[in-house]
Ligand binder design. Structure first.
Ligand SMILES: NC(=O)c1ccc[n+]([C@@H]2O[C@H](COP(=O)([O-])OP(=O)(O)OC[C@H]3O[C@@H](n4cnc5c(N)ncnc54)[C@H](OP(=O)(O)O)[C@@H]3O)[C@@H](O)[C@H]2O)c1
Length: 297
């Protein structure tokens, strides 16, 4: 719940302005936190008519943000995924403009897919990246482009994102959940409250000179999908479909779904939570789903 995040975050310094490029699920929440803290924040969406759009930005149609809207930003967060050709939509369209701006901090939301398959082991920021999926290779190329941009960038690597309106509760309610058993297979996840909270925590640390280039933002408890769905169903009082083996379920899976099941890793948050002192609002899926339930009709 945003009010919990507000309690543990500091606003941006006076006269700061945060621009969120890509105000989708995570971006909207980060902007909402900024506003709840009394900070100045504006969000882009591809259509100005979309919910929460303060201005339009679409790299594909070359709809660029007006410089009078973004030109004086001190903080910027990009939540926009790579283009199909592997280029970063923000850098391709706006790099020169960003370099003219008084930016003190730039965040890039990336994915833990860049680590590739880790055979269920814990993975930390200094472990080698070995992306196998094409989309993860594109993501790594974007991370590298941001790092080479000369901008004051910090990369936040995220596992599966969930929160109110996008969680296992919805799949249970829509009856779209599959209880798939694959021994040893876990997934890491992060609630949007903690994406927003970690973003502001990192901004504050960077202001005080502490700014590691890459940070995993994940909860404490990588776990199986069966456990998460079982808990979601118990919160809703719904029944669950029978458990299917991965061997059988995989025959009907889309290539995209299958690609997620091909990789197994436990994303370590030790740097964020131990070394950098961030306190998770939702350290596990139970806490996160209980929060999501409050917004579930
Ligand atoms: N979903 C996950 O589980 C997950 C896990 C790890 C990392 N990530 C990554 O983390 C980031 C945030 O995730 P999310 O789930 O919050 O994303 P999301 O809801 O899909 O939002 C993505 C945003 O990017 C905008 N966008 C897409 N293509 C664009 C383009 N060519 N030009 C300008 N804007 C564009 C979208 O515009 P509209 O608002 O107009 O649609 C949207 O605002 C993304 O990069 C995502 O790939 C996601």
């Amino acid at each position: 719940m945003l009010s919990e995040v507000v309690k543990q975050c500091k606003p941006l310094p006076p006269n700061s302005k945060l621009i969120v490029l890509g105000g989708g699920f995570s971006g909207q929440h980060v902007a909402a936190l900024a506003k709840a803290l009394g900070s100045n924040a504006l969000c882009s969406r591809r259509s100005i008519n979309s919910f929460g759009a303060d201005f339009a930005f679409d790299s594909a149609t070359k709809q660029l943000p007006p410089s009078q809207v973004i030109g004086d930003a001190t903080h910027l967060l990009s939540c926009i995924p790579p283009s199909d050709n592997g280029e970063d939509p923000v850098l391709t369209s706006l790099k020169d403009q960003l370099k003219e701006m008084p930016l003190e901090w730039v965040g890039y939301l990336s994915t833990t897919g860049v680590y590739g398959d880790c055979k269920g082991k814990w993975v930390k920021e200094d472990d080698p990246v070995k992306p196998k999926q094409a989309r993860s290779k594109r993501r790594l190329a974007c991370e590298q482009a941001w790092q080479a941009s000369g901008l004051p960038v910090q990369i936040l690597r995220l596992p599966g994102i969930y929160g109110p309106g996008r969680s296992a509760l919805q799949s249970i309610k829509k009856n779209s959940s599959k209880m798939i058993s694959k021994p040893g297979q876990v997934f890491s996840r992060i609630h949007i409250d903690d994406i927003a909270g970690a973003t502001f925590h990192l901004i504050e640390l960077a202001r005080n000179g502490l700014k590691p280039p890459i940070i995993n933002v994940a909860d404490d408890m990588p776990t199986t999908n069966v456990e998460v769905l079982t808990y979601a169903a118990s919160l809703l009082g719904n029944s669950l479909p029978p458990i299917e083996s991965f061997e059988i379920a995989s025959r009907k899976m889309s290539p995209m779904a299958l690609s997620f099941w091909k990789e197994n890793r436990r994303v370590s948050n030790q740097m964020l939570c131990k070394e950098l002192g961030y306190s998770l609002i939702h350290p596990n899926y139970q806490s996160g789903l209980e929060d999501c339930l409050k917004y579930c009709n």
